[in-house]
Design a protein around this ligand. Structure first.
Ligand code: ADP
Length: 615
């Protein structure tokens, strides 16, 4: 009986068949890697169950070609598929990223073929080269009948009872006319070598082993070539680019483990997606225990790919047990240390290698995660991370290169004793902010923080090397003598304004931070900042209201006029001007809550200004 594919599968198949011509050979990589996964699953299940069907001979993946019949068969001795599993796994797309993959295909994104493996749509790549795919499978679980699944990739598939006698899956591809070039042993051997060399299972092409199948991470680090390691990284990560950096360690005591970790050269697409499995592969004595052992690295190192292999980890360890295993915790700590050391040495190379900028690249891709780390970690780890942080500043943008806190501190003039920063939505809005006026006058640099994570970072990192970090928009700044003299004129205006703005600001006072602007909103000493309130609200989270303070520049003509109007008892004339002054302060920081009301007030004021001009 013919069954229909889920709609997204049909769409996907159609796009894959019609848009990916150049990289069709990857179908073999995908089918072999599915076979190896199935072997891993069977081996893993076999650790705890004795009733799995046995394998005759050495388990592996076998590829056979029939040049006459124009067929390719890919067969494994893995876990196999029951009927229900075949319907579910070969008729739908489970992976959450598949929508993105479809979008990449539709937009003709050149990297689409490389994404196939990452998006969990590998099986369907068979239809890029075949106009009929037959899957015969027998589950390794006891008493499961063999099945046959068949499809021409045109919207439907058939499924029924089969006659495969041994456990595993046999996939027969009837090659499309324009893909007959693949019915060639030599060609297929080359493809296996290229993509599947380090799979830990033998892959045989027409009876001959075509891959190395060695555990490269167990080799002595100095003997592994970049070429080998990069090839291994690609099979492991589904990334098509070489990694930017590699960390390879083999340790014998006090713990025994080997790890090969990679820092990708680009940011993986799913870095900020939720519900994605993270963490390196975990092996115990070369047996794959877990595809993603998130327990081995903290979440902020989720961009690191690789493998960890330890004899000290029990073969049948469960995820729950893994969290509680002291060995795992110790390996995790050692890995964090080693990775931070690597980052540090990359910063040194940054200084030496001139044009290359390896650390700037790393920071560009993963700096946000290091900030996340500095927020979450404590003690020595945080200190090391803080040294690795890089910042934009008024004096430094991306083009001039970024600043470390040490460099900022080094450049501070003698009379400056605080590291100042400004959090804002963008660099432009930060640079336009009245908050910077006094700092410009003094010639003090200010760090410009524009990423949401920065608000969290500055809560955790409040000091560097004995110097306090402080926001330019928080708390009261000392008034210099000139400003203090003018401020005396505000004694009447201040309380009146405070009464007027009772529900929007906590205080009105004279400002020590303004030279040109009439007013500015600042955060009070305690509580969340206005920027944090904005970030939380944009993330649809309940945000407590930030306590804002309206600061007035007592020397500014507009403020002086307003004080005079108030002193003369002309509050009717003063009120609309005062309200627009507060609106203006909000406009300047980009946090206007009721633009329509401002529009109305502005029109009323313009009307009276125009009438005054006519008089
Ligand atoms: P992915 O492997 O990324 O999950 P695929 O489209 O390649 O996505 O495969 C879908 C699912 O079909 C797999 O997750 C697996 O459950 C099942 N499957 C595919 N090939 C095999 C196989 N050779 N043996 C057992 N199960 C398989």
């Amino acid at each position: 009986m013919a069954r229909k594919f889920k709609a997204e599968v049909s769409e996907l198949l159609d796009l894959m068949i019609h848009s990916l011509y150049s990289d069709r050979e990857i179908f073999l990589r995908e089918l072999i890697s599915n076979g190896a996964d199935a072997l891993d699953k069977a081996r893993f299940l076999g650790l705890t169950r004795e009733d799995l069907a046995p394998v005759e001979g050495e388990p592996g993946v076998r590829v056979t070609v029939d040049a006459e019949a124009k067929t390719i068969v890919v067969e494994d001795d893995g876990i196999g598929l029951t009927e229900a599993e075949a319907v579910k796994n070969l008729g739908t797309i489970a992976h959450s990223g598949s929508k993105q993959f479809l979008a990449a295909l539709q937009e003709g994104d050149a990297s689409a073929p490389e994404l196939i493996g990452q998006f969990g749509v590998g099986f369907y790549s068979a239809f890029m080269v075949a106009d009929e795919v037959v899957v015969e499978s027998k589950s390794a679980l006891p008493d499961e009948p063999a099945i046959v699944w068949k499809s021409a990739g045109k919207g439907t598939f058939d499924i029924g009872p089969g006659d495969k006698a041994t456990r595993g899956t046999r996939i027969t591809l009837h090659l499309r006319e324009d893909c007959e070039e693949f019915a060639d042993t030599w060609r297929l051997q080359g493809i296996v070598k290229k993509y599947s060399d380090f799979l830990p299972w033998p892959v045989l092409v027409d009876g001959e082993q075509a891959n190395t199948a060695k555990a490269i991470w167990q080799e002595t680090p100095t003997t592994v070539t970049d070429e080998e390691a990069n090839a291994f990284y690609k099979t492991l990560s589904n990334d098509w680019q070489d990694p930017a950096h590699r960390i390879h360690v083999k340790v014998d005591s006090p713990l025994q483990y080997a790890a090969m970790l990679f820092i990708p050269s680009e940011r993986p697409y799913d870095l900020f997606m939720q519900h994605v499995d993270r963490g390196p592969r975990l092996y115990a004595r070369r047996v794959l225990i877990m595809e993603h052992a998130g327990e081995l690295l903290p979440d902020w190192l989720r961009f690191i790919r690789g493998v960890v292999d330890s004899e000290d980890v029990q073969l049948n360890v469960s995820r729950e047990m893994l969290q509680k295993t002291p060995v795992v915790r110790k390996i995790r700590e050692a890995l964090i240390k080693r990775i931070l050391k690597e980052f540090k040495s990359i910063t040194r190379r940054e200084a030496e290698e001139g044009e290359e900028h390896p650390y700037a690249k790393l920071w560009h891709n993963f700096g946000v995660l290091l900030k996340e780390g500095a927020y979450h970690e404590h003690g020595e780890t945080r200190d090391k991370l803080v040294e690795l942080l890089r910042f934009n500043a008024v004096s430094h943008d991306d083009e001039r290169g970024l600043l470390s806190l040490a460099e900022y501190k080094e450049a501070m003039p003698e009379d400056q004793d605080t590291i100042w920063y400004l959090t804002a939505e963008s660099r432009d809005s930060a640079l336009a902010s009245p908050h910077l006026e006094a700092f410009r006058k003094k010639g003090w640099d200010v760090l410009v923080l524009t990423h949401p994570v920065d608000e969290w970072l500055v809560q955790a990192v409040t000091e560097f090397d004995g110097v306090k970090l402080q926001s330019v928009s928080r708390g009261e700044l000392e008034l210099d003598d000139e400003v203090a003299a003018d401020a005396a004129d505000l004694t009447g205006l201040g309380p009146w304004l405070q009464g007027l703005f009772d529900d929007s600001v906590a205080e009105v006072r004279a400002s020590g931070r303004l030279t040109d602007s009439a007013c500015v909103l600042v955060d009070s000493e305690h509580g969340i900042s206005g920027n944090m309130e904005r970030i939380l609200r944009e993330a649809q989270q309940d945000a407590p209201k930030a306590q804002r303070v309206l600061e007035l520049n007592p020397g500014h003509p507009l403020v002086k006029n307003l004080a005079q109007l108030h002193a003369d008892g002309k509050t009717d004339a003063a009120e609309p001007i005062a309200r627009l002054l507060l609106d203006d302060a909000m406009l300047l920081e980009g946090t206007v809550k009721d633009p329509a009301a401002i529009g109305r007030r502005l029109q009323a004021l313009l009307q009276s200004a125009s009438e005054a001009a006519l008089r």
